[in-house]
Write a new protein. Structure first.
Length: 399
């Protein structure tokens, strides 16, 4: 289930008989289409079967009226190397998360590496090595964007330039290292941004030894691109402070599974009230002390749909298109030219919901029937979700 990056190609894939097509686009979350055509990992057509070129396909998938959505994106993970996490001594956590519909993960720092180097030469070497390793190795086919250095005192602009030139595009959570003051963080965040490196800041109380409280004033002054786990990881700021961050900052609002659920709901509702739902993205913040959450993103979708009372089709956008646009990824949206990363879902068997969206609105997580990454089927019926009412089937090649 683990592949070297970019080895396989999908050929021409036709997905037909789609019952519900979620776009990932928060401005137009549901598409009126029943067919997707893929060629070598990219979407080439979306529409009705009569309007798409479905001839001579290498693979044909009958969705059997289930829902197709962009593959889910976990905006906040802490990988180390391979499909192993020393934090919980667990193997296979990335492949297991793929069974929860996640096709892309974004590192917020490889902070759990035993003996993680904190000197500047060492932290740069670790970031470059992690970036290279996960670029070459994809557990379960999942795209892990890794190599996110935790910034430390003494770093200069030249260090950020060298990291960018080496292919590093992310910073680990600002605040997990020795840089905790707003003014100092702002300077380094600006250097990172200058060289195309996206930054995330820790928000809330300390999560691991060596981290510390990052309050609203530090978050605002640092002005990182992503307000990391705005609902705390694990300990949240006061709810009023979180709402103030939503209002005063224009940066991405990241809500995570391993945080304060009450504050997660408040942050999402505040974003809706401020008419900036496009800023909301979802992560798990795992592996962590809470463990590994293969269904963490789906659980966040169900939580925000049912308790925060945000339409399910919009919350799915938080976990797909919003993240793709903020993170500048070629996935997360159902549109021509995007990566063919899909999760096929249906309501869980015996859910009280009328259909998938209604079941999620009632708080049930859906059943995953298939996951596709770059046009290649990575799993059928999920081993982790409740069984879907209906699942797609591969019916062979078209002739």
């Amino acid at each position: 289930m683990a592949d070297a990056g970019g080895v396989q190609t999908s050929g021409k894939v036709v997905i037909k008989n789609i019952g519900l097509l979620l776009s990932g686009d928060i401005d137009n979350p549901v598409l009126s289409a029943d067919t997707i055509v893929v060629n070598d990992g990219l979407i080439t057509a979306v529409g009705s079967a009569s309007d798409c070129d479905t001839d001579q396909a290498d693979v044909v998938i009958d969705a059997r009226k289930t829902c197709v959505a962009p593959g889910l994106i976990d905006s906040h993970v802490h990988p180390v190397f391979g499909d192993w996490t020393p934090r919980q001594g667990q193997l296979g956590w990335i492949d297991s998360t793929m069974n929860g519909g996640v096709t892309t993960m974004i590192s917020a720092g490889e902070v759990h590496l035993p003996g993680r180097p904190k000197d500047i030469v060492g932290l740069k070497a670790l970031a470059i090595t992690a970036q290279r390793a996960f670029d070459n190795f994809r557990p379960g086919g999942v795209k892990v964007l890794a190599g996110a250095p935790v910034i430390e005192k003494g770093m200069t602009e030249q260090d950020f330039k060298e990291l960018a030139e080496a292919g590093v595009s992310l910073l680990g959570e600002v605040g997990l290292g020795s840089v905790k003051a707003g003014e100092e963080a702002q300077k380094m965040v600006a250097w990172a941004r200058k060289y195309g490196i996206q930054s995330t800041i820790h928000t809330g109380g300390p999560s691991i030894p060596g981290s510390g409280l990052i309050d609203k004033d530090v978050v605002l002054e640092a002005d990182a691109d992503v307000i990391g786990h705005i609902n705390g990881g694990h300990t949240a700021l006061p709810e009023a402070h979180v709402c103030e961050l939503c209002e005063k900052s224009r940066r991405a609002i990241e809500i995570v599974h391993n945080g304060n659920e009450r504050v997660a709901i408040a942050a999402a509702q505040t974003a809706m009230q401020l008419k900036c739902p496009h800023r909301v993205i979802l992560g798990t913040d795992g592996p962590a002390g809470s463990g590994v959450q293969p269904l963490g993103i789906l659980r966040m979708v169900a939580l925000l749909s049912s308790i925060a009372r945000i339409p399910a089709e919009l919350v799915f956008c938080f976990a797909t298109g919003n993240t793709a646009r903020i993170r500048k990824l070629n996935c997360g949206l159902i549109e021509v030219g995007r990566a063919a990363d899909f999760v096929f879902m249906d309501k869980a068997q015996h859910s009280a919901g009328r259909d998938l969206l209604d079941s999620v609105q009632l708080g049930d997580i859906p059943g995953v029937g298939m996951v596709m990454i770059d046009g290649i089927v990575r799993c059928g019926r999920s081993r982790n979700t409740p069984p879907a009412t209906e699942i797609p089937v591969i019916v062979g090649a078209a002739h």
